[in-house]
Design a protein around this ligand. Structure first.
Ligand SMILES: *[C@@H]1O[C@H](CO)[C@@H](O)[C@H](O)[C@H]1NC(C)=O
Ligand SMILES: *[C@@H]1O[C@H](CO)[C@@H](O)[C@H](O)[C@H]1NC(C)=O
Length: 597
């Protein structure tokens, strides 16, 4: 048994001896769970992962009190699929919550979009609700809102096991900064020329008809109203709806903000547009209140605190702005860390620290290309790992911070280097908490193959040598781009497709909507006929592929190619709704409104 710890070896051994299984005696109430998820946080942005200029004292404190995972992997390099995978322990390609090459929409774009996590998928919240937990989501959801007609109810997370929801239904978008102009008319544009001509024609026709047909004034006003309602609708669509209207998401910037910058409580809008400054503090206060309210309950709780930071746009409460050494992005990290501090302090204050398992991670790596309007970088830093957000395969997009803490049950200040996944959360937690496996807890999960597995033994006992054999597939959208094999003391990674980086960098240009795509000549190289193989156990930064003429290469590549062939023939990937335009586009008749804002 190998375990690295900042404490003397003896105390680690004692800690483990004290915590040997059974982890929870049957009679005891299972532990609470607090999951803290960062958005787009680069692994190189965190103090305890080696950043010495950004201040993350609270994440560092969490790591010092628990187990830090150094090889922790997201199942996807984008929000929607990565979050779906974390919540279900399954690759999102299995249920179509990823786009394919047909469409550029890589996440759910609108509250009123039809696409959502299928209702027969079982999330961690559903599982814990079945185990009699009180479940709450505070913060970002982004797995679909299931709005009904006129958006009168958009239950979103309430359909997936959460008792309560307060937060952001989709995600933050740059357009949320606003305000954006509503009245716009570009007379150079042929669509507007047609509109202007039709308007002129209508007015002239009405004026002539009035005198020729001797219309009554009342009729004239009625006709004017009718024709102008029609012309307004025409103008509105020409200005605000459709691709190429300014925003990436099939609507104008104005409409995007008006339709999607909203905070929900349960299934209703309570704030619109979102007041960004202070949002981080408001979310933290909401979670703190939840902890206060449930500290004395008989039932254990699952609180999912899903932060808005450090996704673009950058925003910081005025009292924190300009404090970091790394501009607006650094300020966002430090503000995020502050809210983690609020949660950790609340656990302590309400006497919940020892009964609560805390898990912290990020949905994907930092967005290398993101820059603000003034050219300032607003994306994360993935340390020495190559690539970033949106790139399926390269380490920088998927290798993220990961910390588990449960005082008295998991060793303090331990480090686990064995590869683990965000998808391991559900099986691991059920295992650690002494709860039945998912299929027993939720009978409808019987036919669901899980891609995550329990890492309870790694967390309690540390790295073992050699680790259990494990294979992980890395998708970019729906396509398989790389596969990782943990075998003996090796961690092989085979690429069958690679993004084309810009010369001298590991990114694809600049811009907050820029990312390397997984398809198309410009961004992507198909190398499935001659895969690249790395051994991350001694080449963690993927500097030098293994020589294709070596026996090691031939043996491992043949094994993994067979594995992928078998996988593709036995695992069904449905045609993804996320690539179906009617499923992702803005649907006005399902648009929720705020009636009390
Ligand atoms: C710390 O993070 C900042 C912001 O992302 C980055 O610019 C800097 O290079 C990082 N420092 C180290 C030592 O990784
Ligand atoms: C949840 O509560 C019900 C009713 O009190 C009980 O029958 C059931 O066994 C509990 N489930 C678990 C997993 O504890």
């Amino acid at each position: 048994m190998k375990i690295r710890t900042d404490l003397p070896l003896l105390s680690a051994v004692i800690a483990i001896a004290l915590t040997s299984s059974p982890l929870v005696s049957a009679a005891k109430r299972p532990p609470n769970i607090l999951v803290i998820l960062a958005d787009d946080l680069g692994i190189g942005d965190v103090g305890c992962y080696g950043n010495d200029t950004i201040k993350t004292p609270n994440i560092n404190r969490l790591a010092a009190g628990g187990v830090k995972l150094t090889h922790h992997l997201a199942a996807a390099p984008m929000c929607t699929p990565s979050r779906a995978a974390m919540m279900t322990a399954r690759y999102p390609a299995r249920y179509g919550l990823v786009p394919n090459e047909r469409l550029e929409t890589v996440v759910i774009p609108h509250i009123s979009s039809k696409v959502a996590l299928p209702l027969d998928e079982v999330t961690l919240a559903t599982a814990l609700k079945a185990a009699n937990y009180t479940t709450a989501l505070v913060g970002k959801w982004h797995l679909g809102m299931y709005c009904n007609l006129f958006g009168l109810s958009c239950p979103g997370p309430l359909k997936h096991g959460f008792d309560t929801f307060y937060g952001i239904p989709v995600t933050l978008f740059m357009e949320f900064r606003g305000p954006h102009p509503f009245w716009e008319c570009n007379i150079q544009d042929p669509a507007f020329q047609k509109l202007a001509f039709t308007w002129l024609l209508t007015v002239v026709t009405l004026v002539i008809s009035k005198s020729k047909l001797k219309l009554r004034l009342f009729t004239l006003i009625l006709l004017l109203l009718l024709t102008h309602t029609f012309l307004f609708a025409w103008w509105f669509v020409a200005t605000h709806v459709g691709l190429g209207k300014g925003s990436l998401w099939g609507v104008s910037n104005w409409l995007h903000r008006a339709a999607n910058s909203k905070i929900f409580r349960q299934d209703k809008v309570v704030e619109s547009p979102i007041e960004l400054d202070g949002l981080s503090q408001r979310l933290a206060a909401e979670s703190r209140q939840f902890l206060a309210d449930h500290a004395k309950n008989d039932r254990p709780f699952f609180l999912f605190h899903s932060m808005a930071h450090v996704h673009t746009p950058m925003f910081t409460a005025p009292y924190r702005a300009g404090l970091s050494k790394h501009g607006r992005y650094g300020d966002n990290i430090e503000e995020m860390d502050e809210s983690i501090g609020v949660l950790l302090d609340s656990l302590k204050e309400f006497g919940l620290e020892d009964d609560t398992l805390v898990y912290f991670t990020s949905d994907q790596g930092g967005h290398l290309e993101a820059i603000d309007d003034d050219g300032q970088r607003i994306g994360g830093h993935n340390g020495r790992f190559k690539g970033g957000k949106a790139q399926g395969g390269p380490e920088g997009g998927i290798r993220v911070a990961g910390i588990y803490r449960w005082p008295g049950h998991l060793p303090k200040g331990a480090v686990v280097d064995t590869p683990t996944s965000l998808m391991d959360l559900m099986p691991t937690f059920l295992d650690l908490a002494g709860l039945p496996p998912l299929k027993e807890l939720v009978p409808s999960a019987a036919n669901k193959d899980l891609d995550g597995r329990s890492i309870a033994d790694l967390l309690t006992q540390g790295d073992v040598s050699p680790p259990k054999e494990r294979i992980m597939i890395h998708h970019c959208r729906q396509a398989i781009r790389a596969v990782r094999l943990v075998r003996g003391d090796h961690i092989y990674k085979m690429y069958v497709g690679k993004v084309k980086w810009h010369e001298g960098s590991t990114q694809c240009g600049w811009g907050h909507t820029t990312g390397c795509a997984c398809y198309g000549e410009e961004f992507h190289r198909d190398i499935s006929h001659e895969p690249e193989l790395y051994d991350l156990s001694f080449d963690p930064y993927e500097d030098e592929p293994i020589d294709p003429s070596s026996t090691e290469y031939k043996e491992i590549v043949a094994f993994l190619q067979d594995y992928l062939k078998e996988w593709k023939s036995s695992v069904y990937y449905p045609d993804p709704p996320m690539s179906n335009i009617p499923d992702v586009m803005w649907r006005p008749h399902y648009q929720p409104m705020c009636w009390s804002c």
